[in-house]
Design a protein around this ligand. Structure first.
Ligand code: NDP
Length: 314
């Protein structure tokens, strides 16, 4: 079991983690970055990325992440594979323990472990992932120009995604399991007033169908009641917007989280409740969740870590 030491430990390898690694390396912090179970993060599950500035022709998610990783390596970031399974943030230096028993002693830590989109848990979601099933309208909506799509969920994200898609697709179904939307009143109003959005209240999706890609969804209305009805809707795209689960379980004993589990940052910086520990990307962002905003916060976290070290130099 090896023991490593670094001025800056970065946990997570999405756009936030890699960007933090680029900045921390160039600031001579000799960062160690651990990429977890999904090197490259959520963007590696998307196909074409068309909204990351700097790629006028678009780029695939995996290629973009590979470019960011190479850029970090160019400045000697030490990128390793491994899952941080336990931390001790009681005092500096902070300790992180890997699943193989290795430990890392770090003067600063940047948490960039991201968030995972929630899915309904239907086998068909796996079957059609990337072939009509998506959890990001901003990423994939464009591929459904003038088509028919469905969004699942009744919160602000679902309404926002439905409104976004209504500007691209011909028709949008919003599938809501309750008799009302949970979203803010203004979002509800916008959705309900939009001509090409049809809200299906009291409805649950129980399956998807289609030859090679999604061609429709099987819906149950008023499930478990005497008014239960089963019907199909014809759709080309099926978007999940039922929330994201931030990957913060390991940090829970030390780091202040909001009620949904996202890390709370302070004073318009990436600082967490523990001086010397910073958070970047989706793990601290229930709102924007874009590759570019994650990358931006990775840059901020590295600058915050560098300044912290300058102020605390022994
Ligand atoms: P929320 O947790 O607010 O909403 C999740 C929605 O998904 C709910 O309607 C919920 O239904 C539904 N849902 C959950 N599980 C299932 C399931 N298994 N089957 C069907 N439906 C399901 O998540 P959001 O991502 O919408 O929002 C997260 C936070 O971010 C919120 O605080 C939100 O206000 C904020 N936000 C703000 C925005 C803005 O201000 N512009 C934009 C986006 C997000 P039910 O209601 O029945 O529980």
């Amino acid at each position: 079991m090896a023991q490593h030491k670094t001025k800056c430990l970065i946990i997570g390898s999405g756009p936030a983690g890699y960007t933090a690694a680029i900045y921390a390396s160039r600031a001579n912090l000799d960062p160690i970055l651990y990429q977890g179970m999904q090197p490259g993060g959520q963007l590696t599950t998307t196909t074409e990325v068309e909204n990351f500035p700097g790629y006028p022709k678009g780029i695939t998610g995996p290629e973009l992440m590979d470019d960011l990783r190479k850029q970090a390596i160019r400045f000697n970031a030490d990128i390793r594979t491994g899952m941080v399974v336990k931390v001790n943030f009681e005092k500096r230096p902070f300790i992180a323990e890997l699943e193989n028993g290795d430990t890392v002693e770090a003067d600063t830590v940047i948490i960039a472990t991201g968030a995972t989109a929630k899915y309904l848990g239907l086998p068909d979601e796996d079957k059609y992932k990337g072939m009509g099933v998506s959890a990001c309208a901003t990423c994939d909506g464009f591929f459904y120009r003038k088509r028919t799509v469905a969004v699942v969920g009744g919160g602000d994200t679902a309404c926002e995604e439905a409104l976004y898609l209504s500007g691209i697709a011909n028709k949008v179904y919003l599938i809501v399991r309750k008799p009302a939307l949970r979203a803010s009143k203004i979002m509800q109003k916008r959705v309900l007033e939009k001509e090409n959005i049809t809200v299906l209240f009291n409805c649950n999706t129980v399956g998807l169908f289609g030859e090679d890609a999604v061609e429709g969804a099987k819906i149950v209305e008023n499930k478990g009641t005497e008014n239960e009805q089963v019907f199909d809707i014809a759709i080309d795209g099926f978007f999940l917007a039922i929330g994201h689960k931030p990957n913060t379980e390991v940090f829970k004993p030390y780091i202040e989280l909001d009620e949904a589990g996202f890390i709370i940052t302070h004073n318009n910086t990436t600082a967490t409740n523990i001086p010397g520990i910073f958070a970047a990307g989706d793990v601290a962002d229930p709102r924007y969740r874009q590759g570019i905003s994650a990358a931006g916060s990775g840059c901020r976290a590295a600058i915050d870590a560098e300044r912290f070290l300058m102020e605390h130099e022994e």
